[in-house]
Write a new protein. Structure first.
Length: 117
């Protein structure tokens, strides 16, 4: 079955950096775009970033543009989210998901990111 496992979350001070990783198994990884989402306590899940099948095209939420970078390693079935200049409002559970032409059917369990001020 399809599995996505996120890692790399933690507690960091404002202005710091974290790199999230997502390991994917159970499908032909290189065929799919991948996305990162986040959900803060009491808020709806929101889009963070997306990357196409070969890494040649990326998209970001306005709130993270210039600070976050999504990348992938198809040989390793991995997708990453480099997060720099973190702000307290970036605090959330971060999820990776398989993008099936705009439909996200497979999700990981999430990893907590907490940014202290």
């Amino acid at each position: 079955q399809v599995q996505l496992v996120e890692s790399g979350g933690g507690l960091v001070q404002a202005g710091g950096s974290l790199r999230l990783s997502c390991a994917v198994s159970g499908l032909t990884f290189s065929k799919y775009a991948m996305g990162w989402f986040r959900q803060a306590l009491g808020k709806e899940r929101e889009f963070v970033a997306d990357i196409n099948w070969n890494g040649g095209s990326t998209d970001y939420a306005d709130s993270v543009k210039g600070r976050f970078a999504i990348s992938r390693a198809n040989a390793k079935n991995m997708v990453y989210l480099q997060m720099n200049s973190l702000k307290p409002e970036d605090t959330a559970v971060y999820y990776c998901a398989v993008d099936q032409s705009g439909r996200y059917d497979y999700w990981g369990q999430g990893t907590q990111v907490t940014v202290s001020s």
